[in-house]
Design a protein around this ligand. Structure first.
Ligand SMILES: C[S@@+](CC[C@H](N)C(=O)[O-])C[C@H]1O[C@@H](n2cnc3c(N)ncnc32)[C@H](O)[C@@H]1O
Length: 296
């Protein structure tokens, strides 16, 4: 059994509160987190939980309760910072269990080796990755900017085996190292090309050659639209764009960025879809816009 992600909507959250009954007071139980993530497999998993300030003195009990519910969890980490820097990595504090932070996680039939303390990875984005992968057509050349340990590239290559090539660019050497390993682990060497470096420099080699560009960096993808449109074939293609947006105006700013960049590159634009992916902060959402660019 592989457990990917548990959120408040699932029985896991109920069970965490139940598991803490008799350990925490009725008042403390009100603050028990309604969601946590599990990354890994039956052979070994790491749980990640956000401990509210009201329960900071109870973090060990919460960690131990997660381990009682999920026997495959050998280590529980509490978030100790927000995501930081270019690599979008956060700090963690071990609150229960022991052992390595490296795991092998399974998603949509691919295996992803990663150390969550060194790289960005979120199991909650599995559905979004599959949504994108299902759109890829046979023969396409797909560019994945900000590739991380390779989940988009590998899910695309697995879901559309007739894809011509998936190029995956990542700047964090640790994430890149895992991506190279994951491509081998999933026997995708003939489909996925891994590139270490900055999209600003490395994407150049594929200018004018791609049918589709995936841009999974809500913090700043708009700064890379020049590279994204440059990668598309002169006749056009699809861009999957991610952005953070306020509740009251979810898509307008993102679409404006896309429209301006498309015009500069001589494309006209059609909005294929616009949707909320996940909440990011109070009244701020991660949104995804799929657009089709047409060459003139
Ligand atoms: C939000 S994470 C997404 C990772 C991966 N696509 C996933 O879904 O797990 C963004 C990634 O982009 C990388 N990154 C940030 N700026 C970059 C740049 N200029 N060029 C290449 N990669 C970059 C970060 O190191 C990080 O791994």
């Amino acid at each position: 059994m592989i457990i990917n992600s548990i959120s408040g909507k699932y029985p896991g959250a109920m069970r965490l509160r139940d598991a803490l009954r008799g350990v925490l007071s009725e008042e403390e139980l009100k603050y028990v987190p309604s969601s946590f993530d599990i990354i890994g497999s039956r052979e070994g998993a790491v749980a990640i939980v956000e401990i509210p300030p009201e329960l900071s003195h109870r973090k060990r009990e919460i960690g131990e309760a997660i381990m009682r519910i999920h026997k495959n969890v050998r280590l529980v980490l509490a978030k100790a910072s927000g995501r930081e820097g270019v690599y979008r990595v956060r700090k963690y504090e071990a609150i229960a269990g022991s052992g390595p932070t490296e795991v092998v996680h399974k998603e949509h039939g691919i295996r992803l080796k990663l150390d969550i303390t060194k790289v960005y990875f979120s199991p909650r984005e599995a559905t979004e990755r599959m949504r994108v992968a299902k759109q890829v057509r046979p023969g396409e050349t797909v560019m994945v900017f900000f590739a991380g340990v390779g989940p988009y590239a590998l899910v695309i290559a697995k879901t559309q085996p007739l894809v011509k090539e998936v190029i995956a660019i990542e700047i964090n050497p640790d994430a890149y190292g895992y991506m190279v390993e994951n491509v081998k682990l999933n026997k995708m060497e003939d489909k996925v090309v891994t590139v270490l470096g900055d999209v600003r420099e490395k994407a150049r080699a594929w200018y004018g050659r791609c049918d589709r560009v995936v841009m999974p960096l809500p913090k700043g993808a708009y700064l890379f639209l020049d590279q994204a449109f440059s990668c598309l074939r002169p006749e056009g293609g699809i861009i999957h764009f991610y952005h953070w947006a306020p509740e009251g105006d979810l898509f307008r700013e993102a679409y404006r960025y896309l429209e301006v960049a498309a015009r500069l590159h001589g494309f006209t634009l059609r909005l294929v879809s616009a949707r909320i992916v996940s909440p990011y902060a109070p009244r701020v959402y991660k949104v995804a816009l799929d657009v089709e660019a047409y060459g003139v």
